[in-house]
Design a protein around this ligand. Sequence first.
Ligand code: GTP
Ligand code: MG
Length: 282
Amino acid sequence: MDLPMFYDEAEEWSNALLLYDAALKEVNTKLEILNNEFKLAHQYNPIEHITSRMKTPQSIAKKLRHNEKELTVENIVKYVNDVAGIRIICSFTSDIYRIADLISKQSDIKVLKVKDYIMCPKGNGYTSYHMIISIPVFLSDRTVETKVEIQIRTIAMDFWASLEHKIYYKFEGNAPEHISKELKECADIAAYLDQKMLTLNEEIKSFSKDRVEGYHEEVTSSYRSVVAESFGAVIEEEEVKTSVEIIQSTVEEEQTSDVEGSSKKKGSTKSGKKRMLFGLRA
Ligand code: GTP
Ligand code: MG
């Protein structure tokens, strides 16, 4: 968006754009982190790809005109919910709900509105999961809760929506009846494909689930709970020395009790404690 649309409000508009741009960056980063974490744990990407965009001035103006609102920055911020927009494309329908859930669970994100066009498809066949969320943008002198529209859909839903969009614009919303009918049929086929692919994937997953995987999850989760606090904490030098002394004395005590061959039970408890320090619960 290079040209200021509102010559008398150019500064306000620049400020608004800065906020929307920052909000998009924040949400994109959150999604990237979630996707990477998921990939590490499950060896697959729930997110196929992400696109983000800022609404064009023409499109903003059109929307306000449609709602019979004057073209001002105040009205844009108030009435246009998708100035900043993100589209997340997933492989399976189940990923859509998983991602929506993970987004809404983030403590700094507020979900303002949800439209589930998967549970309730539009008459033309459109399916997708829409969320309007707000995220705080921290500026030098204030924090601004900023709106972002998130659309989550499968590859098949996205394929359909792209073609529908093209047809809609080509015929300016008045496509010949047979085209609308065939498009609706395509939407049904896409929904069928999504369902089939999901069932197939679930079946494949049930084959690959083995005991080692369960063991791995148990070990990593106990390890995580041990180290979790350290990611956000700085241990002072004195405390480091003290903890080293504790470990040393535990080891010495244990060695003594091993030599004496006494209190096997006591020894194994300490040994467990020591091992927990390194996250290896043997
Ligand atoms: P706008 O449609 O943006 O004016 O807002 P709304 O309040 O009706 O929101 P809605 O959640 O219904 O739609 C928001 C966005 O979803 C649109 O801007 C499109 O990107 C997409 N969308 C909604 N309906 C359709 C549809 O029938 N076809 C296609 N291709 N995209 C759609
Ligand atoms: Mg709409």
